[in-house]
Design a protein around this ligand. Structure first.
Ligand code: AMP
Ligand code: MG
Length: 487
């Protein structure tokens, strides 16, 4: 510990103050040899944190949780959750800490949170630690999602700890510093509901309304409005995932936020060959969280949120259930609308083309992509070329190029806007083989491939010469991709 004055980081602790029943004050484990591997300087600046200071020993101490600013109350958060459909009454931050909240000049409050900072009372059998590879993976994929314009928690930094983490093999340990509008999850509400303390449930809902869905406060039924707002945020979020081929991989209720941010990048991956049954997670044997099941999984999770909120919706349980069902019905409508709007943009179709034309055209396309197992990112990007008259690169993506001709003719007759397409169809997404390559190099101490990958992914819509390999799918010898969570 240094004798220097504590770091100048004004961390508030409103979560711990408002909801002490969900917050266990706790401290990070010491890191024997902390080294900053990556820092998102622009995010630091957004948060009012000086990147130069964050690189100093005290700054790095903050990023691993060993230097705690005066007045901060780091806590492990309690939550419950359905994991692959089975209810676990107590999960909580087993290897994470909420350091506190940073409030910007506009009053926007954001959590500063650590993952991999040591065992907490919620650790169960876990070691409380995280390895460099998986923490960098979250850093890379969350950065890509943000650059794609998809709501997500952000990664501020990854610091290697100098501690060895034992998985199948010994690995270098790391802590990820993460920033989010909050870490409230569906599982937070399940936990509060299960305590039977309606006052706690109400305080949690009030906290969520004030932080994420303030308009609900003025509604006739604020808690029903909160449910509706979360349904809307998640419908929009999952539609955004679907439009870029993102597979979250572990959509348990403890991994679904109230804010509508993507959270917990574990066994996630970007789909290449289009197939709704795509699963990457090594533990998702039944494909519960397969690409094509994600909207249904989100809807299921939201039903769990609605159940948890029932006592706040109406004194009469029957009436509360009716209100909840009506609100949940909004999910499909909103998801379909968000997906259709997104597809219209991806296809570059002007507003005056009737939705009754766009929807079947999009459905026909997904069937063609599935039949040809076409790389989705390459397809939509190449399609802008087809709108400009260069159809060959698009045709060549299909094993039988003639299969898409009729579709292309009908689509081109609608007058697609190629430049508009280039603004919504990314050239660069985190290709699984490139992510693995960068993480393997970083684990061995070479950060250069990671730096290049981050640079490419930070501007996903701008095609740049010389970066062709970042735009191409994995070579066939990469094989079937498997991802692991909880590592
Ligand atoms: P996840 O699947 O990463 O969302 O984690 C599910 C639960 O397991 C959460 O309660 C985590 O805090 C906990 N957990 C995951 N990995 C570890 C670990 N290595 N040590 C302690 N708890 C963990
Ligand atoms: Mg989680």
């Amino acid at each position: 510990m240094s004798a220097e004055p504590p770091p100048p980081v004004p961390l508030d602790n409103r979560f711990a103050r408002d909801l002490p029943e969900l917050a266990v004050p706790w401290r990070a484990e010491p890191a024997p040899d902390p080294r900053l591997l990556v820092l998102d300087e622009s995010l630091a600046a957004e948060l009012g944190l000086d990147p130069g200071w964050l690189r100093s020993p005290d700054g790095v101490g903050l990023l691993v949780g060993t230097t705690v600013p005066v007045g901060a109350t780091p806590v492990a958060q309690a939550y419950a959750g359905h994991q692959f459909g089975g209810y676990v009454p107590q999960l909580g931050d087993g290897r994470a800490l909420l350091l506190g909240e940073l409030v910007d000049a506009d009053g926007h409050r954001r959590d500063l949170h650590l993952k991999g900072s040591g065992r907490t009372p919620f650790a169960r059998g876990g070691d409380g630690l995280a390895a460099v590879g998986p923490m960098l993976r979250e850093y890379v994929v969350s950065r890509a999602m943000h650059a794609l314009g998809i709501p997500t928690t952000r990664s501020l930094a990854v610091v290697s700890t100098g501690r060895t983490v034992y998985r199948e093999t010994p690995l270098p340990g790391a802590v990820l510093a993460r920033v989010a509008d909050s870490h409230l999850r569906v599982g937070s509400f399940q936990y509060a509901r299960a305590t039977g303390d309606v006052d706690l449930l109400r305080r949690l809902a009030d906290h969520a309304i004030s932080r994420h869905h303030p308009a609900a406060a003025g509604a006739e039924r604020p808690y029903l409005a909160l449910l509706g707002a979360v349904v809307a945020a998640q419908a929009s979020l999952v539609a955004r995932w679907m439009l870029v081929g993102f597979v979250h991989g572990v959509m348990n209720t403890d991994n679904m936020t109230i804010s509508g941010e993507t959270i917990d990048y574990g066994p996630c991956a970007f789909m290449e060959a289009f197939d709704p049954a795509t699963v990457y997670s090594s533990i998702d044997h039944r494909g519960r969280y397969a690409y094509g099941n994600q909207p249904a999984a989100a809807e299921w999770n939201l039903a769990r949120l609605a159940e948890a909120l029932l006592p706040l919706l109406h004194d009469d349980e029957e009436k509360a259930i009716d209100l909840a069902m009506e609100s949940l019905d909004g999910f499909r409508r909103r998801f379909d609308a968000a997906w259709s709007t997104g597809m219209r943009a991806k296809l570059g179709l002007p507003d005056d083309v009737d939705q009754a034309v766009v929807t079947p055209l999009a459905e026909e396309l997904t069937a063609l992509l599935a039949a040809g197992r076409v790389d989705v990112t390459s397809f939509f990007r190449a399609l802008a070329g087809a709108a400009r008259g260069e159809v060959e690169p698009t045709r060549r993506l299909f094993p039988d190029p003639g299969a898409v001709d009729d579709w292309l003719t009908r689509w081109r007759a609608l007058g697609p806007d190629a430049d508009g397409m280039d603004r919504v169809n990314p050239v660069y997404v985190p290709r699984n083989h490139l992510v693995e390559e960068a993480l393997a190099a970083a684990t061995d101490g070479d950060l250069a491939p990671l730096g290049r990958l981050l640079d490419v992914l930070s501007a996903p819509y701008d095609e740049r010469a010389g970066l062709e390999r970042y735009a191409a799918p994995a070579p066939p010898d990469f094989g079937a991709y498997r991802t692991y969570c909880g590592t």
